[in-house]
Write a protein that binds this ligand. Structure first.
Ligand code: ADP
Ligand code: ZN
Length: 858
């Protein structure tokens, strides 16, 4: 203890960012102020986690500022209980960036920081104290001050350790934490928190449906329907379990995750347990996904690859920017197969060889095994850099280990999906965002609702680093930014292996011939598509078929009254799944047996409509009984390893046809594929959202890009549609991104949609309709529907007015960028309105969610 801090006991104050609901942090406050007790002052650093009292509880937060100025409000300032980290976990630059995120996305700083910490550093469990071996028989005790001796003595009585809470009660000691740290420093005791105990945290509590509530069983439907009426929160929990059991049967939910996901409390959970509707077990968490991925036949030896001229120009330009160490964002627009990944690899190598850090973001780890493999192979050979692949199936221990390795600079390269944007890469000089247009980069289901691409651009800018956004179909926003000079545009216009882009044909489903054939053959494939498939089957070339709906039929309608069977929890139609002869909701997972009579009029005239992948699979086997088909969608890939197995059988030619949802559209590189068939391009066009054209264009371009990836075998794409003259479809067929961009931009401008405005969604949610509607309407009275810088739509219920048993009401704000360039005006308006709402109207039964830069408005 070198320097003696000043004697005034409350001379230091700390601002602590906590993850709290809006009412605690509105009005621009960054956190809550606490005093720093003198005995903790040496340990307290900006960027360290601290334990603080809040009401009757204790919470963990992050110390974001230390000051000598007493807070202006003369309420009693409580002291920080403990400083958890001897050294800060966040540096000043990281704090600055996360603060920007909190401000921009209208959430609390603490929330963003909580998202940035690996699970293992969020100590929900209480710390325990143990004596070390060195403490031995207690001979050391003689040298201790009486207070230390008392505490030491108390711990000595508990061989299995004692919680700090209990110790506090037993000893009544003042400055307990500081004393403990002092004893820890001289090696007499050990304080264990998730931080230090992490690698041994392996067992978790899992929750599953009771066997008597098997999926699809009458009993389950009965129980659900009953709970729906009397205990909707309990129903919600069961629904979450049903959904999990369907989507990932091998991967049951942990108790805390379930409680969080279903938005329920411990008590609802307990009731279900008492009724024996759920079973609970404690066991080890599954290890991660197996790492044996099918690799593409297009595997290239490093030494053989010579960058094409276009690639070299891109690498050269970006390298120049890296050397200048000025912030800069590039948009790399390269057609499918143009070798964007090679550009990323060259750049990453350069940065790593200079001893600096690289962060690579991909839309979804599970769906990009080929890409990850390539990075691993190509980068770990050339530099001895370790690669941290951050994915959701990592165990807590693995995640924590990777986090530490990055934070300590042992690992310099991180690859991961959305949340990896928070990876603590040291000396970060380059951030790459692959497929920057993908919607998965936006977190929409929980706070903070950030966009990882935009967050990455800002993070890079604040660090004087370079961001590279890559895509074959850039988002309208990014392309616009490039055109406006905010980003620098780089193009790759040719396929790297000089293979030509496939020839794309639009097949009009409305022609008399196709309609007649459809009526007769009752299958989803037109004669033209069947003929093209026949040819490929004969030559043993690969076929990819794309249908963006899973299940068998997407609705069950009554021919007498026109009613379509809806999910009781969500206002969407239920999808028929043939295998178990049941109807399922794809939003909440609700399952019921298929009805024989209409639920509205009782007639027996029910008809299945809308084509899902299961139906297409059946149609293909009708048309080609000999062909080997493999289906890839959420239903067939739920089992661990299934995804990889499907792809490897297809890569090797064991299967002829790969059929699937958008899972087959992305990133796959199989040279043997010469035909891509789009069963219906209309499914994504008909979604009522301002992005539906953009999404359709992207999907069609991406899926077309799977064809003709080798120089030897030319590719062909057939797109079946009822809207053959739709601009998105025509321009995707013509491989004309620029024309699509121009036409889409005009529409966006006319309707004040992004990139001309910032869309902010304010959602009200509740289990009851009337109060939800009322709150939304009350909120709307707090500011006028339009002003010079914004325009408001709603309040109104969205297209899906009820979701997972909750009613929804939306207000959508278009904040005009010309009038409010950085969004400051609208943020002030909304925070003010939310404050006012908290004071006058808020109800515990209606949740308010704010989503800045909301992706879809459905
Ligand atoms: P993209 O990411 O733009 O879709 P990829 O980087 O996957 O394109 O490249 C497509 C294929 O071309 C891959 O098999 C890759 O190994 C190969 N490739 C890329 N650049 C070159 C090059 N300069 N010379 C030869 N092959 C290349
Ligand atoms: Zn539902």
């Amino acid at each position: 203890m070198a320097k003696q801090p000043e004697r005034s006991p409350d001379s230091l104050f700390g601002v602590v960012a906590l993850s709290l609901p809006f009412k605690f942090h509105s009005g621009g406050t960054e956190g809550l102020t606490y005093s720093i007790p003198e005995e903790l002052s040496e340990r307290a650093h900006v960027g360290s986690r601290v334990l603080v009292p809040l009401g009757k509880r204790e919470k963990t937060g992050v110390l974001v500022a230390i000051t000598r100025d007493a807070p202006s409000i003369k309420t009693k300032v409580r002291p920080i209980t403990d400083v958890l980290d001897p050294a800060p976990v966040f540096d000043v630059e990281f704090l600055r960036w996360t603060k920007w995120l909190a401000t921009y996305y209208l959430t609390s700083w603490g929330d963003v920081l909580a998202a940035a910490l690996p699970e293992g550093l969020k100590p929900e469990t209480k710390a325990r104290v143990f004596l070390t071996d060195f403490a031995g028989d207690g001979r050391n005790r003689k040298e201790l001050t009486p207070q230390r001796a008392e505490i030491f003595g108390e711990i000595a009585k508990h061989a299995e350790g004692i919680s700090i809470d209990k110790l506090g009660k037993l000893t009544n000691a003042k400055s307990l934490y500081a004393t403990l740290h002092a004893l820890e420093e001289v090696g007499l005791l050990r304080i264990e928190r998730p931080l230090t105990r992490q690698p041994s945290v392996k067992k978790e509590t899992f929750v599953e449906l009771a066997p008597e509530l098997a999926i699809g069983s009458e009993r389950l439907a009965e129980v659900l329907n009953d709970l729906e009426k009397h205990a909707p929160r309990q129903a919600n929990i069961l629904l979450a379990l049903v959904q999990q059991a369907q989507m990932e049967p091998d991967n049951p939910l942990t108790a805390p995750l379930l409680i969080k996901k279903a938005g329920a409390s411990q008590s609802t959970f307990k009731s279900l347990r008492e009724k024996e509707y759920i079973v609970i077990s404690r066991r080890e968490k599954n290890a991660g996904e197996s790492s044996t991925h099918p690799t593409s036949a297009g595997e290239d030896d490093i030494s053989k690859i010579i960058l094409t001229l276009e690639q070299q120009i891109a690498v050269g330009t970006i390298s120049g920017a890296l050397d200048r160490e000025k912030p800069k964002t590039f948009l790399l627009h390269g057609i499918t197969g143009s070798g964007k990944t090679e550009v990323y690899i060259s750049l990453a190598r350069k940065v790593l060889s200079e001893g600096n850090g690289v962060l690579i973001l991909v839309p979804e780890i599970a769906l990009t095994p080929q890409l990850i493999d390539r990075f691993k192979r190509r980068l770990s050979f050339s530099s001895d850099a370790e690669i941290a692949v951050l994915h959701s199936r990592m165990s807590l221990g693995e995640r924590y280990g990777a986090w530490r390795a990055l934070a300590e600079g042992r690992t310099k390269l991180a690859i991961g999906a959305r949340s990896a944007v928070f990876a603590p890469v040291r000396n970060l000089k380059l951030i790459i965002v692959d497929e920057e247009h993908e919607a998965t980069y936006k977190q929409f289901d929980k706070s903070p609702r950030y966009h990882a691409r935009d967050a990455a651009v800002v993070r890079a800018a604040m660090l004087n680093a370079v961001a590279v956004l890559g895509s074959a179909t850039p988002s309208i926003e990014s392309y616009y930014n490039a055109r406006e000079g905010k980003y620098e545009l780089l193009r790759l216009t040719e396929r790297a292996k000089r293979a030509a882009l496939p020839i794309v044909k639009i097949v009009d489903l409305r022609t008399a011939e196709n309609r007649r054939d459809f009526a007769k053959a009752k299958i989803a494939l037109t004669p033209e598509l069947r003929e093209a498939m026949q040819k490929r089957l004969e030559k043993k070339e690969g076929i990819v078929l794309f249908q963006n709906r899973r299940g068998y039929s997407t609705y069950l309608e009554c021919l007498t009254c026109g009613n379509a069977e809806m999910c009781p929890n969500c206002s969407v139609t239920m999808t028929y799944h043939r295998q178990r002869d049941q109807m399922r909701c794809h939003y909440c997972g609700f399952v019921t047996p298929k009805r024989k009579t209409c639920s509205t009029c009782g007639a027996e005239t029910l008809r299945l409509g809308g084509t899902g992948t299961q139906r297409v699979e059946e149609d293909i086997s009708k048309a080609f009984p000999e062909a080997k088909i493999v289906r890839m969608d959420l239903d067939t890939t739920a089992r661990k390893g299934a995804y990889h197995k499907i792809l490897s059988t297809f890569a090797s030619g064991e299967t002829d046809i790969l059929l699937g949802t958008q899972m087959v559209a992305k990133g796959l590189d199989f040279p043997r594929v010469t035909l891509v068939g789009v069963v219906s391009a209309d499914t994504s066009l008909n979604i009522p959202d301002f992005r539906s054209s953009e999404r359709t264009f992207q999907l069609l371009t991406q899926v077309s890009g799977r064809a003709g990836r080798s120089l030897e075998l030319a590719g062909e794409v057939l797109i079946q549609t009822l809207q053959p003259t739709n601009a998105a479809i025509e321009m995707a067929a013509a491989h004309d991104y620029d024309a699509f961009f121009e036409s889409e931009l005009k529409d966006r401008e006319a309707l004040h949609y992004p990139p001309f405005s910032r869309l902010i969604l304010i959602e009200f949610r509740g289990l009851h309709e009337a109060p939800t509607e009322e709150r939304a309407k009350q909120f709307a009275t707090l500011f006028p529907p339009r002003a010079s810088f914004y325009e408001r739509m709603g309040p109104a219920p969205p297209a899906i007015a009820k979701l997972r048993s909750e009613f929804r009401w939306h207000l959508l704000i278009k904040d005009f960028k010309t009038q409010d360039p950085n969004g400051e005006k609208i943020r002030r308006l909304i925070t003010g309105a939310l404050d006012e709402y908290q004071k006058r109207f808020a109800s515990p039964h209606v949740k308010v969610v704010v989503d800045v830069d909301v992706q879809g408005v459905g």
